[in-house]
Design a protein around this ligand. Structure first.
Ligand SMILES: Cc1cc2nc3c(=O)[nH]c(=O)nc-3n(C[C@H](O)[C@H](O)[C@H](O)COP(=O)(O)OP(=O)(O)OC[C@H]3O[C@@H](n4cnc5c(N)ncnc54)[C@H](O)[C@@H]3O)c2cc1C
Length: 413
């Protein structure tokens, strides 16, 4: 008889490791499978962590922090600058590979078996459990049997596809690099540039990670050219090129982020979480805080369901309802704000930036700006700058965009 594990976690990212740690810590027999031979590699991330996330992490993140950020310089398409400077810490840029490694170690210490260099190549329900095929980097084939499978397999989740669960509404494509010899960067501030020519559907940015070092990235959606083109244009753009004239590449980054929280994240014996479930923030693309937040909810619900040996849709759906009615609500608001942003022309953005750059408005942005929770900030801004109401029709159009267009499977369970 093959060994029947309690849980197969697919993915060795921060979200998969959080699920594996929490469930193994409760005494469940957990196997966590990661296709790469090292957890944390290759790095495909800006490494920004928010204070909420730092509070939630189960270890002191300080040794992994490169820079502490309280400022942002955000440029409208015409170059109008919005310079934000908060009294408090807004985020840190950290060593993302080390963060993933640490979370992986904690999962291992909690008792999860980790199989690195092993890719799950297919999975299905059979005879009251889940059967998953795997291939190792050496070409060996293996089969895992588990009572429950957790898809924490990131942006291009195959678990979601195999179980007909979720296709994101939008994929942001990002291309960039960790670079050295950057000039004129404030080590406490992120730089961001907007504009349909510069970065259709998203933005370009630099996150300082040390003296003269930073992550330089371009994110686009629905763009006529690949993200790499917009990254290369940053070196010619009058607004950003002065930072990049002497830049040298340490390593490149090229990846996608799925946007739009999934309307369904469980099936019988199947749960999705993290980027696999569209849990990244549709405003900035940050997904570590929201994904690990949902991972902990998943682990609580999965623990009880495993104890009661009730791994059917109805029981597992408690996880979906819990994340969807808490952080999911904020993600849906962010997705609507994103649609509103997509409805604005470059001219609109230039005008809005002029208004936001007013001292009294910047005060509100500095005080209420919270990357993880934006709904309160939006209301405060409207109270202070009623002139922004002229964009109401476009914003409302964004808000009433049909968000139910993601793939909802006909076979619900
Ligand atoms: C360029 C870029 C910059 C970003 N910057 C930030 C940032 O500054 N801050 C932030 O919070 N978020 C950022 N994000 C988003 C963040 O990286 C993700 O939201 C986060 O990594 C999601 O974690 P996860 O564990 O769900 O998925 P992942 O971190 O993608 O982990 C999934 C893992 O599953 C593995 N896997 C996939 N398929 C299989 C399989 N079949 N078998 C075995 N293993 C498999 C993958 O190799 C991967 O290791 C950024 C993303 C990108 C692309």
């Amino acid at each position: 008889m093959p060994t029947l594990r309690d849980v197969l976690v697919v993915g060795g990212g921060p979200v998969g490791s959080t699920v594996a740690r929490e469930l193994a810590g409760q005494g469940h027999d957990v196997v966590q499978v990661e296709e790469h031979t090292q957890i944390g590699q290759p790095v495909q991330c800006g490494g920004l962590l928010t204070p909420h996330l730092m509070d939630d992490l189960p270890f002191d993140v300080d040794p992994l922090v490169h820079t502490r950020l309280s400022k942002a310089r955000i440029y409208a398409p015409d170059g109008t600058l919005l310079h934000l400077e908060a009294d408090e810490l807004k985020s840190v840029a950290c060593d993302r590979a080390a963060l993933d490694r640490k979370l992986g170690e904690l999962a291992h210490e909690a008792g999860a078996e980790q199989r690195l260099g092993t890719k799950i190549t297919g999975a299905k329900r059979t005879n009251g459990h889940v059967k998953a095929r795997a291939r190792t980097v050496d070409g060996d084939e293996e089969t895992f049997h588990a009572r429950l499978i957790v898809g924490a397999d990131g942006a291009q989740s195959r678990v979601a596809k195999w179980f007909d669960l979720f296709e994101p509404k939008q994929y942001i494509s990002l291309h960039g690099a960790e670079m050295t010899n950057l000039d004129g960067l404030d080590p406490e501030g992120v730089e961001m540039w907007l504009g349909t020519e510069r970065a259709p559907g998203f933005f370009t940015y630099i996150i300082p990670t040390g003296e003269g070092e930073g992550k330089v990235e371009a994110g686009v959606w629905n763009a006529p050219r690949p993200a790499k083109h917009y990254f290369e244009e940053m070196f010619k753009d009058p607004l950003s090129k002065h930072h990049l004239e002497n830049a040298e590449t340490r390593f490149t980054i090229s990846a996608t982020i799925p946007f739009g929280p999934a309307s369904k994240t469980v099936q019988d014996r199947v749960m999705l979480v993290g980027d696999a479930a569209g849990q990244a923030k549709p405003t900035t693309g940050g997904g570590i805080y929201t994904g690990t937040y949902c991972a902990r909810i998943l682990a609580e619900e999965a623990h009880e369901a495993l104890e009661d040996d009730d791994l059917g849709y109805e029981r597992l759906n408690r996880y979906h309802e819990r994340w969807s009615s808490t952080i999911g609500r904020e993600l849906r608001i962010m997705m609507r704000l994103r649609h509103a942003f997509l409805n604005l022309s470059d001219g609109d953005l230039n005008d809005i930036w002029e208004r936001l750059a007013q001292p009294e408005v910047r005060k509100i942005l500095n005080e209420h700006g919270d990357i993880d929770y934006v709904s309160k900030l939006a209301l405060e801004l409207l109270k202070s700058q009623p002139g922004l109401l002229r964009y109401t029709p476009k914003v409302l159009k964004g808000f009433f965009t049909d968000l139910s267009i993601d793939h909802v499977p006909s076979q619900a369970r």
